[in-house]
Write a protein that binds this ligand. Sequence first.
Ligand SMILES: NC(=O)c1ccc[n+]([C@@H]2O[C@H](COP(=O)([O-])OP(=O)(O)OC[C@H]3O[C@@H](n4cnc5c(N)ncnc54)[C@H](OP(=O)(O)O)[C@@H]3O)[C@@H](O)[C@H]2O)c1
Length: 307
Amino acid sequence: MKAVVMPRYGGAQDLRTAETPEPAPGPGEVLIRLEATSVNPVDRELAAGRLDSIVPAEFPLIPGWDAAGTVAEVGSEVTEYAAGDHVLGYVRRPVARWGTYAEYTVAEPRMIAPKPDFMDWDSAAGLPLAGLTALQALEAVAVKDAETVLVHAAAGGVGSIAVQIAKARGARVVGTASRRNHDYLVALGAEPVEYGDGLLERVRRLVPDGIDAALDAVGAGEVDLSIRAGADPSRVVSIADPKVREKGGEYVFTEPRSEDLRALTALAESRQLIVPVSAVFPLERAAEAWEAGRTGGARGKTVLRMA
Ligand SMILES: NC(=O)c1ccc[n+]([C@@H]2O[C@H](COP(=O)([O-])OP(=O)(O)OC[C@H]3O[C@@H](n4cnc5c(N)ncnc54)[C@H](OP(=O)(O)O)[C@@H]3O)[C@@H](O)[C@H]2O)c1
């Protein structure tokens, strides 16, 4: 099969497209023929060896955790899926080796969910990791109706989805982004505010009575700022700064969870959630896709297509 392969830890310059053997599904796994995957900042972290203590890698490493494709084969113990089913998933195993930047990957049923017919492959590939993160983070601080939530990095992959989930729960959402993304945030239903110097004052002007909860997807002081903007520490969740726990808040490291994926596709089906796709690259141009993600300004997800 065709895959992006890394011989050792490294960066975008070390990504190579190569012919490699297909992974073989175990008895409790399915083999998925991928249509698309998506790029997440964590792919670069993993490739650089910065996740080694949480998810060690074996080489040659195929990066990538997002999957959208068709079940090609099912292991003998799998009853929920059959060959030909369209699925999406967050395919993260304890050790990284057979990732999703490839024509085939293997996954356990707990990592995947049926892909609804109305959802195109690009959106399906962009949803799992970012969507699960947004959902699990907002659930960690129990965002509910009529509350005001501050989402930091609201125009990114996670933020774009978090804004919509919080809106679907009836919350008022204030989202930080660079100015070029403010119209985009308005279209998603958020009140945009520019990050950088003076952010706290801008938030206080918009929400004089104080915010109820916050999601930090930046990790550079946003936890403290959110508490100063009025959130009780227990209602601040970070996906970018584990030290949030020392301040009484929640840290979320996203878990593969089929029922959460189904909740996300249900939201999409009820038209409360779209997966904004900002760019699509062929698999062979994964390095360019990584670089595009680093320069900022993206609105939602960057997708890699297998063909
Ligand atoms: N813990 C977990 O399980 C988990 C899961 C997923 C992601 N993450 C982490 O969460 C972060 C976001 O992920 P993502 O997939 O949403 O990334 P992304 O799609 O690359 O988006 C990053 C966004 O950050 C914005 N940004 C940059 N500096 C900012 C600042 N100082 N304040 C506010 N926004 C800023 C950019 O907005 P503009 O273009 O508007 O400047 C961009 O939209 C990453 O650090 C990632 O590693 C953690």
